[in-house]
Ligand binder design. Structure first.
Ligand code: IPM
Ligand code: MN
Length: 353
C-alpha cells in the first residue's frame, strides 16, 4: 500500500523518539512491500524558533495531505514564559482542531515483567487492560480565555454534537470489548458534566442496549484507578479530565514512556503520539523509552492504514523485547543493564524483519 505520513518531531525528546518511529515504519515497509512517503515538518517550540508560529501553514498543508501524522512532543523550558503570547502547546492544540481528531484513544496495558516498575503493589495490576477515550477538541482547552490584572477565566463549553460523537466512538470500542463503559464527569458540580451525563445516558439506552454504562465522578475515578484498576475496561471522559487521568493511569504500566495514543476523527486521517511529553530533563541523552512512540506506530497502521497484521507484529515484537528483559532507564530496576533509545528500537526492529 502507498501512504503519505507527516513526521512532526517537535521539541525535547520528540526528535529522538520520532526517529525510532520512522525506523520501525521503514522496517514494516521493507518487510511487507509497502511504500511510505515521509515529510518532516516543524511544530511547537522548534517552529516558533524558525517561523515565529507554532503551527506554520506549510506544516498544516502537509498534515492535511497525509494519511497519518506522527508527533514527537512539544514544549520545554525555553518557551515556558507563562505570559508569552505564542506557546509551543498552541501548535498541538491547533493541529488537533485542524485535523478534527476529537477522540484520543489511550490504551493502558501492563506487561507482566514491568509490574515491578509500577509504584502500585503487583497484585493490584493483575488483569489491568483498559482504554481511556479522551474528548480532544472541546471543553476548557478551547473555550474563551480572558485575563485582566485582577481576574482570569477559561470557559468550559460542550456542544451536544461534541458529546454525542465521542460517546458513540467510545461505545463502538466498548462493543468490541467487554461491553462495559465508564463515563467520568463532575456532575455534582459542573453544568457541562450534567449535560454530558444526560446525553451519554440517552445515547447508550437508545443505541447501545447491550452496553453496561456506569457514571463516575472524576475525583472517585482518580481513586479507583489506583485502588481497583482492573475493574475498568473502556473509560470515556472530557478533555481535561482525560489529560489528568491518563497521566495517572500511565503509572499502572510502569512508565509514562510506555504509553501510545491515537487521535481520530470521522475520517481515516489520524494523529499518533506517545503520551509522554518533551521530557527536557533527559533531552539529548538518548535515554528516552521509544515504546510509547512505537506503540503509536502500531496504532497508526491499524487505524489509519487498516494494516492489522503489521500492527500486531509490532506489538508482538515490543512484548517479546520487553518480556525478554530489555530496559531503557525509565523501566530499569537496580541491577538491570540499561540500553538507550536506539538500542531498544533496534531490538524491536530485529524481531520485525
Ligand atoms: C497531552 C499533553 C498536551 C495536552 C499538552 C502538551 C498541550 O499534555 O497530550 O496529554 O494537555 O493535551
Ligand atoms: Mn497530558
Amino acid at each position: 500500500m502507498d501512504a503519505m505520513i507527516t513526521l512532526l518531531p517537535g521539541d525535547g525528546i520528540g526528535p529522538e523518539v520520532t526517529a525510532s518511529g520512522k525506523a520501525v515504519l521503514k522496517a514494516i515497509e521493507l518487510s511487507f512491500g509497502h511504500k511510505f512517503k515521509f515529510e518532516e515538518k516543524y511544530i511547537g517550540g522548534a517552529a516558533i524558533d524558525q517561523f515565529n508560529d507554532p503551527l506554520p501553514s506549510d506544516t498544516q498543508k502537509s498534515c492535511l495531505d497525509s494519511n497519518a501524522v506522527i508527533l514527537g512532543a512539544v514544549g520545554g523550558p525555553k518557551w515556558d514564559d507563562p505570559n508569552a503570547k505564542i506557546r509551543p502547546e498552541q501548535g498541538l492544540l491547533s493541529l488537533r482542531k485542524l485535523l478534527g481528531v476529537f477522540a484520543n484513544i489511550r490504551p493502558i496495558k501492563v506487561y507482566p515483567s514491568l509490574k515491578k516498575s509500577s509504584p502500585l503493589k503487583e497484585e493490584k495490576l493483575d488483569d489491568v487492560d483498559l482504554i481511556v477515550i479522551r474528548e480532544l477538541t472541546g471543553g476548557i482547552y478551547f473555550g474563551e480565555k480572558k485575563r485582566s490584572e485582577k481576574k482570569a477565566s477559561d470557559l468550559c463549553e460542550y456542544h451536544e454534537f461534541e458529546v454525542t460523537r465521542i460517546i458513540r466512538k467510545a461505545a463502538d470500542i466498548a462493543m468490541q470489548r467487554q461491553r462495559k463503559l465508564c463515563s467520568v464527569d463532575k456532575a455534582n458540580v459542573l453544568e457541562t458534566s450534567r449535560f454530558w451525563r444526560d446525553i451519554t445516558s440517552k445515547i447508550v439506552s437508545r443505541e447501545y442496549q447491550d452496553i453496561e454504562i456506569e457514571h463516575i465522578l472524576v475525583d472517585a475515578a482518580a481513586m479507583y484507578l489506583i485502588n481497583n484498576p482492573s475493574d475498568f475496561d473502556v473509560v470515556v471522559t472530557e478533555n481535561m479530565f482525560g489529560d489528568i487521568l491518563t497521566d495517572e493511569a500511565s503509572m499502572l504500566s510502569g512508565s509514562l514512556g510506555m504509553l501510545p495514543s491515537a487521535s481520530l476523527g470521522d475520517g481515516s486521517i489520524g494523529l499518533y503520539e506517545p503520551i509522554h511529553g518533551s521530557a527536557p530533563d533527559i533531552t539529548g541523552t538518548k535515554s528516552a523509552n521509544p515504546c510509547g512512540m512505537i506503540g503509536s506506530i502500531a496504532m497508526l497502521l491499524r487505524h489509519s492504514l487498516n494494516l492489522q497484521e503489521e500492527a500486531e507484529i509490532i506489538e508482538g515484537a515490543m512484548f517479546d523485547v520487553i518480556e525478554g528483559g530489555a530496559r531503557t532507564k525509565d523501566i530499569a530496576e537496580e541491577n538491570d543493564r540499561i540500553i538507550n533509545t536506539d538500542e531498544m528500537t533496534q531490538l524491536i526492529i530485529d524481531k520485525i524483519i
